[in-house]
Every structure is written in structure tokens, then in C-alpha cells.
Design a protein around this ligand. Structure first.
Ligand code: PLP
Length: 396
């Protein structure tokens, strides 16, 4: 039996797998068992920020695996403590809780909000249309898209979904009973949609007026991808809680809730916890990830490469005005919205040896490793020009 058939017969059918049998990765490339090489402009859904096989990350994993891979959160573990200190120092948020994934970080953030709300006479949590926060029941309660929710209700109470990037809609949705607003400042799964400056300033003003917590979901956009450590920095927002995951574990499962002063004393022993969260090997990898981002100046690099990628995509947009509706993003989080379904373009790019992804049906999504070079961007854009050319020819 071939691998795809074996997968199909043994798994719940939750993933529509791409029939690529990956054998290894190196730098910007993935190599299949058949020896075909692919340029990875998607980095395992924003996880592999340093590409594949970064020597510092591999060495950190090896070293920690040789010491201990798990002891439980009953004990003191230097990799966890060190990574927490580094995150506190870098972000100015004084409290960290480690978990295993993005959705678990969101779930924990909801609990912190609820507890804070119960002490402050506030309950409701406001989120936004078209957002994505994960697959657990709490995360799904924040989301409005039927694709993710249908058949899984009932969801949690006291959640309200406001229209995304709509200052008037937000004003209508929040009041003195609002415990928190949960926001991706750039929607990822939702089609690489950044909030506007006008929305950010309305949010700041309403936060001051009503005193709710702001929770920033930086799971896809955070840890340097957009050219700053967090994407919200470009708007001058001041979240009370930030959730991160994806790249922070260097490819190992690791998420974190970062809390500001308002929630720093909310949790007491026993109120929240996890067996695996803050796994020492994942934390050792995380320390190496942060060190590599600094050593290689990858945030500045991401800003420069992101600028190149977005300007090249905008040039393509002018060349194919009937096919390309919009180009959006920040740093190395870029999207090209087409006027047609994007899946054929994703497949055609793959046939040319380049991995990207499609989201929200019509949006080509580019999330390359932060180590991407101009040559990779030029190659991607050249291939995309061919693909769009073929699509345009078929359309006319
Ligand atoms: N929040 C955002 C913005 C995401 O992009 C994702 C995953 O894509 C999640 C939450 C959920 O993270 P995970 O898949 O690690 O549970």
C-alpha cells in the first residue's frame, strides 16, 4: 500500500494531505523520498522561522535530550526559566505560562480573562468576524466561520463576534461589561488581512473608556515574522495578554501566554496547568530560536525581505489586473487575493518546485522562513508570473 492510502485507512480524515512524502529539510528546502527538491515559502505554516536544520537549534535539542526530555512541571527546569526570562525581557510582559500549541494558549488566555472578569464584574469576550484562533471549544467560541464550527456547538456563553476592522462595529460591541477583546492584528487563516490605523486608534480609545483587557493573538504573526517581534507593535497597541506558538519551539510543540501587569497576579497554584507544556527540549530549542533571530538580525532582514516580496507581488498585481484583486501583509506574512479560487495556482507553483498555500479560498499565502533571501523571492515571483500568465490565458 502506498503512503497516502495507508494514511487514509489509518487516520480520522481531518487533513487533506498533499501527496509529498518528505524525507528531509535543509535551509529553505524540503526534499521528498523521491529526491525532488522544493523551495519552502510556507515554513510549515509559519513554524520553521529559521528554515530546516538550523545548527544552533539542532545542537540545543540534542544537548537537552541527552540531559532529560521530561520531568513534569513539579520541578524547576532551567530551559523553561531561561526562555521565560528572555520573553519577559524582550516583551516587557512580566508573566509567562508555557503550553504546547496555539489553541491551548488561546484557551488559557480565555481562562485568565474569565478569572479577571469574575473579579472585576465583567464577562463578555469580543472577537472578530473571519478570525482564526484554533480548534478547541474556547477558540471556536471566538470564531464565526461555519466551516470550523458547524456541528460542534453549543459553544461557550458570553462571547460576541464584532465585524473585523470596523471601528463603528467595535464601538457597538463593547461596553463596561466587556472583559476582553481578542484580536489578530493581521488575520492569517482569514486571508492575510491587517487592521487599519483607524481601527487601532478606535480600539485604544475604547480600551481606555471601558477598561477591558486586550488579548493579541500573535500565534501566526509573532516572533519576528512581520519585522518586529509582535505585529501589534506597528499600531502602538498595548495588549494585556499575548499568545504565541508556532515558531517559538524551533519546530517542537510549544506555546506561551504572556501576561501584562493587569493579569500578573490572577492565577494561583492549581488554577491552570499542563503535563507537557514548557517541555524542556522545546524550551531549549526556543532559547536557540531567540538567539538566532538576534545573531542573524532576522527581524530587520524579515522587514527588508517582506518589503521586496510585497513590492514584487504588487508588480504582479498590476500585470494581471483581472486575476489579482489585492496584495496585503506585513514583513514575511504576505497574501495575494485572486478573483478566482487559488488552489490551482498553489498546485501549479508546487509543480514548479515551490511550496506556498491558499487560505480563505482565494488568497495565496506566503509565510517563508525568516532566513529567506532575495534570490528565493525572485524565483517565487518568476514562477508565479508564469502561473498567473497561464491562468489569465485560460480565463480569456
Ligand atoms: N491562532 C492563530 C492566529 C493561528 O494562526 C493558529 C494556527 O494556525 C492558531 C491560533 C492555532 O494554533 P495551533 O494550530 O498551534 O493550535
Amino acid at each position: 500500500m502506498k503512503r497516502l492510502e495507508r494514511e487514509h485507512s489509518a487516520f480520522f480524515h481531518t487533513y487533506k494531505r498533499i501527496p509529498l512524502d518528505i524525507e528531509r529539510g535543509r535551509g529553505m528546502e524540503l526534499v521528498t523520498s523521491g529526491g525532488k527538491r522544493y523551495l519552502d515559502m510556507f515554513s510549515g505554516l509559519a513554524v520553521n522561522a529559521l528554515g530546516y536544520g538550523n545548527p544552533a537549534v539542532v545542537a540545543a535539542i540534542r544537548k537537552q535530550a541527552g540531559l532529560y526530555t521530561h520531568v513534569s512541571n513539579y520541578y524547576l527546569q532551567e530551559p523553561q526559566i531561561r526562555l521565560a526570562e528572555l520573553l519577559v525581557r524582550r516583551t516587557g510582559l512580566p508573566r509567562v505560562f508555557f503550553c504546547n500549541s496555539g489553541t491551548e494558549a488561546v484557551e488559557g488566555a480565555i481562562k485568565i480573562v474569565r478569572r479577571w472578569g469574575s473579579l472585576n464584574g465583567k464577562a463578555e469576550i469580543v472577537s472578530f468576524t473571519n478570525s482564526f484562533h484554533g480548534r478547541t471549544m474556547g477558540a471556536l467560541s471566538l470564531m464565526d466561520r461555519p466551516r470550523y464550527r458547524e456541528g460542534f456547538g453549543p459553544f461557550l456563553e458570553d462571547f460576541r463576534v464584532a465585524p473585523f476592522d470596523d471601528p463603528a462595529g467595535l464601538q457597538h460591541a463593547v461596553n463596561r461589561k466587556t472583559a476582553a477583546v481578542v484580536l489578530e492584528v493581521i488575520q492569517g487563516e482569514g486571508g492575510i488581512r491587517p487592521i487599519s490605523e483607524a481601527f487601532a486608534s478606535a480600539l485604544k480609545q475604547l480600551q481606555t473608556q471601558h477598561g477591558f483587557l486586550l488579548v493579541a493573538d500573535e500565534i501566526q504573526s509573532g516572533v519576528g515574522r512581520t519585522g518586529s517581534f509582535f505585529a501589534f507593535e506597528r499600531y502602538g497597541l498595548r495588549p494585556d495578554i499575548v499568545v504565541i506558538a508556532k515558531p517559538i519551539g524551533g519546530g517542537l510543540p510549544l506555546g506561551a501566554i504572556l501576561g501584562g501587569p493587569a493579569v500578573a497576579r490572577i492565577l494561583e497554584p492549581g488554577m491552570h496547568g499542563t503535563t507537557f507544556g514548557g517541555n524542556p527540549v522545546a524550551c531549549a530549542a526556543g532559547i536557540a530560536v531567540l538567539a538566532e533571530i538576534d545573531r542573524k538580525k532576522l527581524m530587520t532582514h524579515a522587514a527588508a525581505m517582506g518589503h521586496l516580496l510585497l513590492s514584487e507581488l504588487r508588480t504582479l498585481a498590476t500585470e494581471f489586473p483581472t486575476l489579482v484583486r489585492d496584495v496585503r501583509g506585513a514583513g514575511l506574512m504576505a497574501g495575494m487575493e485572486l478573483s478566482v479560487e487559488c488552489e490551482p495556482a498553489v498546485v501549479a507553483m508546487r509543480d514548479r518546485g515551490i511550496l506556498i498555500n491558499g487560505t480563505d479560498r482565494t488568497v495565496l499565502r506566503f509565510l517563508p522562513p525568516l532566513i529567506v533571501q532575495a534570490i528565493h523571492i525572485k524565483r517565487t515571483v518568476k514562477a508565479l508570473r508564469e502561473v498567473l500568465g497561464e491562468m489569465a490565458a485560460r480565463k480569456s
